[in-house]
Design a protein around this ligand. Sequence first.
Ligand code: URA
Length: 235
Amino acid sequence: MRINQYIASAGITSRRKADEYIEDGRVRVNGAVLTSPGYHVEEGDIVEVDGVRITPAERKVYYLLNKPAGYVTSTADKEGRPLVTELVPDEVRVFPVGRLDLNTTGLLILTNDGDLSNKLMHPSHEFSKRYLVRAQGIVTRAEAARLEKGIDIGGFVTSPADVHLLKHDRNSTLAEIVIHEGKNRQVRRMFKAIGHPVLELCRTGIGNLEIGRLAVGQCRKLSPAEVESLRKAVK
Ligand code: URA
């Protein structure tokens, strides 16, 4: 990054004024007064303005990933399994917002915006989360109604949910479920509680965000409008 941009993004002054600071000998790089306004800051450079070290504000990035099965929702894994962070461009370090189980696929947000991430995960913001579920056996309407009403999943009764039974064959049922909370392995525990263990699970939406046609393993940047709508939703 060019030095004047670096100084501006640290919130010290505008780019134009930063050039004046350089001319006036107020800027040092690695201890030496900078004489070249065209200098490009390198990783590891120590930049000082008026004797005070500065660091630029980190640019915030927001990705929507269609997580494949077998990827760990984390930035590190002791067992060396593949990480969701390996599937986004590594221009800046990002971390996942919330968690999907190892074998769950679908919509995952990754960002370096800690503030927004904390707000999104706070239980007071009841974001709807939509999942496509393939469950073992044929789920009846009465069983779906138990899920909708709220069900004990072991020390916790879930809050009301919406369930649509989409289709079934002889061995399994395809359903959509919308929940408003995020207990550990919640959807799997809910279907297990009605006697129909989950065979496949995919998150298709969070709030206004949809996985759409994004292929498994692919990611895209959230649009400014999508980021803004998330911000508004957690205000
Ligand atoms: N519910 C689950 O059971 N697993 C997930 O990964 C997400 C929601």
